[in-house]
Design a protein around this ligand. Structure first.
Ligand code: UDP
Length: 328
């Protein structure tokens, strides 16, 4: 297929672009390089079926020009991501996440399939157990900036589904659950690259709160495999899909596993949320996906590959020479 990937120089976008090219698809990749990096695309930049364009999804005209002739599939991943980004730059993040999706939907042709990347953040404080796509979304107080990312993504989801319902484009939504793997940067607050870097550098591993909050970490290779399969499924447009795996791990246990697999002798320290993020933060204790709809639709569901992810992230950091004190 002929695919457009927005946010292609980012963590997930670069893995997705690679996976599409390896299948023989043609990929036009756009990114404004605000948080993405061309280094993430170095393996594919010279491929004849690949074209990179530095552009911003907030530039509606650039997107419209790009979408003529229309793409078979548009993967809309460009967004301001990470708790840190949202807390530090709330207005710019909201603008990017709302306008970018609006523009992508407006530029897409009716025959195109458009996949909007959303997030498990939209479930907010619904900690009731495996969350199906039908689960209630429970957000905290309106003044807490932490929830504004979820607010924007909820609006994006509604825009996508409404555009689909009104026949504008074949749109579907994917809610990604804590995707991890190489190329994810810890700069915007994500826990796994932070802990691995700290372990390799011999620094204390910073676990926020009491560390008993749990997450389900999903290997990026599985995430992009599911996204591509959904893009090809005639049953997926108009729907929302969780993409994740359901083995939970507490952040305390994650930190211990990082120490084991890297052979690091670093200590684990607990840092208060207030110290880590300031006042505008509230955490969720638990977030587990129910991916049965995904499995019924594409015959595949991600599995627990956390050890593989930790090893791959550690190998990448060591290759960049950032883990100076690694002992194993
Ligand atoms: N976290 C942590 N140490 C860090 C970064 C994050 O303990 O250096 C915690 C964070 O408070 C949350 C969990 O790890 O409870 C996952 O954080 P992340 O930002 O990766 O994802 P999300 O909060 O969106 O699930």
């Amino acid at each position: 297929m002929r695919a457009l990937v927005t946010g292609a120089a980012g963590f997930i976008g670069s893995h997705l672009s690679e996976a599409l090219l390896q299948r023989g698809d043609q990929v036009v990749a756009i990114d404004n390089l605000a948080t993405g990096s061309l280094r993430n695309l170095s393996a594919v930049r010279s491929w004849p079926a690949f074209r990179f364009i530095q552009a911003d999804v907030c530039d509606s005209q650039a997107l419209e020009r790009l979408c003529d002739p229309p793409f078979d599939v548009i993967f809309h991943l460009a967004a301001a991501v990470g708790v840190r980004t949202i807390l530090d730059h709330p207005l710019a993040s909201l603008n990017t996440n709302l306008r970018g999706t609006e523009n992508a939907l407006a530029a897409a042709a009716p025959g195109s399939t458009l996949i909007v990347a959303s997030t498990s953040e939209v479930y907010g404080k619904n900690e009731s157990g495996p969350l199906s796509e039908q689960a209630d979304r429970i957000l905290g107080a309106g003044e807490l900036a932490r929830w504004w990312y979820a607010v924007a993504k909820m609006a994006d989801e509604a825009l996508a589904l409404a555009s689909h319902r009104e026949g504008k484009v074949k749109a579907l939504v994917v809610r990604l659950f804590n995707t991890v793997g190489p190329r994810q940067t810890g700069r915007y607050g994500m826990v796994l690259p932070n802990l691995v870097r700290q372990a390799l550098a011999g620094e204390p591993l910073t676990v926020y709160g009491d560390g008993e909050q749990t997450r389900c970490f999903t290997y990026v290779e599985d995430t992009v495999k599911a996204m591509i399969a959904l893009a090809e499924s005639p049953a997926s447009p108009g729907l929302i899909f969780n993409i994740g795996q359901s083995t939970e791990i507490s952040i305390n246990a994650l930190a211990r596993r990082v120490l084991e697999l890297t052979g690091s002798r670093s200590k684990i320290v607990h840092v208060s949320y207030q110290e880590a993020y300031g006042d505008s933060y509230e955490d969720m204790r638990r977030r587990v996906p129910d991916c049965s709809l995904l499995e019924r639709t594409i015959g595949f569901m991600p599995t627990n590959r956390l050890d593989e992810a930790i090893r791959a992230v550690a190998a990448e950091i060591q290759a960049r020479g950032e883990g100076e004190c690694a002992s194993a």
